[in-house]
Design a protein around this ligand. Sequence first.
Ligand code: C5P
Length: 321
Amino acid sequence: MLTYKKMLQQSKNAIPEAILLLLRYYRIIAVTSCTCAMKVRAYAKINLGLNVLGKRPDGYHSIETVFRLIDLYDEIEILQNDQGIHFATNSPELSNDNSNLCVQAAHLLRDLTGIHTGVEITLTKRIPIGAGLGGGSSDAAAVLKGLTKLWTLDITRDELQTVSATLGSDVPFFLTGLTAFATGRGDILESFDLQIPYTILLVTPKIHVSTAWAYSQIHPLQGVKRHNLRAVLDGSMGDAQRLQKELLNDFENAVFQHYPDIASIKSTLLAEGAACALMSGSGSSVFGFFSNPSVARDLAQRLSGKYATSVTDPSFKPVIN
Ligand code: C5P
């Protein structure tokens, strides 16, 4: 019997070698010109205020915060292949294995859709790790967005947002836009149109704060009256004194006590003219709002020997992947 394999071999034998070479050449061109690779940006966030309201039955905490993207990003290259999910990074602090959230994001999407295509993910890390900037979560969200496009998946943003929370509480935010008001464990989002008329200077010491540890240090009191974060941000953006008094992060006390260097960064930012300074997330980064851009840039330069620094202009708009 003539099997398919034999037929293929016979037809191949009938084609002159030169034509086979040409066919191979065009196949290579076709493969390299298909949409099988992409580069995406994964931006960092800061928390414009963070209230920890109470402990939930599932072990997480109910919070209230405003997430805001800043002009600092990781780059992720995604390349389609046929041999599973591979991951590589330039960061010596991360391991090149399946534990990375990028890999978990790719597996999540494959499980969800039943797709079997493989990918090579290369992460160029710039966002400091363990710094309250959501870098790992943002990388995961960028992989989810990138693969949804690359594999032209029929999945809505809402569905993606719901499943993304299984990777981390703030992953859903990174699938949205520039600013969001977040409740729940940080995964329930409302869009929030906010102008920030300041240059934001971010300062990160070489300290990694574990989010789980920071939450374990907090004992929220039920029924304590809080400032409404949206009202504070909407109403006091031009009022530096009120902003500094009312824009609070519940992690600061515990984290500053344990890591005095983080507290001293906040003092430095204020002493150098910041209208307001606050720790982001559970630390270790601290950001300051500056009315004068050159003061912020000059300070970034001076601090850069000891700390990682980054500056975000008031006109910043993230590049949409
Ligand atoms: O969700 P994510 O993986 O970022 O959370 C890391 C840890 O931080 C959780 O395991 C939990 O201990 C703590 N956490 C919390 N409440 C939240 C978010 C995180 O207790 N809203």
